[in-house]
Design a protein around this ligand. Sequence first.
Ligand SMILES: Cc1cc2nc3c(=O)[nH]c(=O)nc-3n(C[C@H](O)[C@H](O)[C@H](O)COP(=O)(O)OP(=O)(O)OC[C@H]3O[C@@H](n4cnc5c(N)ncnc54)[C@H](O)[C@@H]3O)c2cc1C
Length: 367
Amino acid sequence: MIRCDALIVGGGPAGLAAAIALRQKGLDVLLADALRPPIDKACGEGLMPDARKDLAALGIQVTGHDGAAFDGIAFLSGAHQATAPFESGSGIGIRRLQLHSLLVARSHELGVRLAWGTRVQVAEKQPLQLDGEPCNYRYLIGADGQSSRIRQAGGLDQGKIFSRRFGTRCHYRVQPWSRMVEVHWGDLGQAYITPIGPEEICVATVAREPTTRMEAVLGSLPSLHLRLEGASALSRVRGALTTTRKLRRVTAGKVALVGDASGSADAVTGEGIGLSFRQALLLGRAIAVENLDIYEAGHPVIQRMPHLMSRVMLRMDAWPWMRERAMSVVSGQPQLFAHLLALHLGERSLGDFLLRDAPALGLRLLA
Ligand SMILES: Cc1cc2nc3c(=O)[nH]c(=O)nc-3n(C[C@H](O)[C@H](O)[C@H](O)COP(=O)(O)OP(=O)(O)OC[C@H]3O[C@@H](n4cnc5c(N)ncnc54)[C@H](O)[C@@H]3O)c2cc1C
């Protein structure tokens, strides 16, 4: 019988972050993943300033050597462009493989037991097994992504899926032309561009229809298409599902969910990985005092703003007239767009935004 304080199922960013956070609190942690590192996945590869801070709290300082820093977000739609710098700090574009390697190295350093190439089998009313061997644990952490089996087995599947879209990503050898993450809006979906290195960018697209290919989304965005013309691809195109999902509960008994397994915001928010770091730190604090209720209560607070933003952006995706209206307002009012970004990143409270900016925004949208 394998024994540990905490068994973590899934060694993506969420599982590794949770392993580090729990090990920092002194638990004996075993993490199992069916794949072997470094694990790649379709992702826009942008970490916002708040995600960088949380990563530092997990003991990992990402610098310009690991990727490329960016200073804010730009939205581009037709003739409109709106740019907002971050109020403090900078984000970083970092290859998924590099981020995974840093998380694995930190887990090693802290003494997390890592079982790669190990499938965790979950069968009803049976003890959980690691490649056929039963495991005894005090806590079971489901970090097994969108289609989590731990979520199903723990009876935590109840909730709501607000959106289901399809993402792709590819890297290109191009000198980044901006220090912003650019989000290009078109009728087929969005493409966002993250600087990754002096001669490299990550291009991610998200579309409503599973049949919409990356080239089609890029082809519908003429200015971006022009920039990428002739650029050589540095990786193969990868795809993944992205959802906006809210669960009723994320804990049950000694089971807790983190990362995409615990609910998610659409990829266009660029917050999935950052959310999982925040959840991991909160989970560490909750388990340190043997009280998962702290995690249960704090999890929706962490998800609230990305969910709200996700739903606003999905409306902009589905309703071109609304996108046109919103873009014409924020492109003429860069301050307003900067405040929206600060709200999204938790640098500004919702109360403050409602008091100072919402009336002006409402009036301009209606005008
Ligand atoms: C197109 C796209 C662009 C995105 N852009 C961004 C962005 O710019 N910034 C950002 O922060 N987020 C972004 N995201 C979201 C981000 O990629 C996810 O939120 C993040 O990958 C979630 O990590 P995770 O560890 O929860 O899940 P995953 O990365 O999916 O990891 C789950 C792991 O569990 C393992 N596993 C599953 N079942 C088992 C089992 N039974 N036994 C053993 N192992 C198992 C899998 O092998 C996998 O390694 C994007 C997503 C998409 C699709």
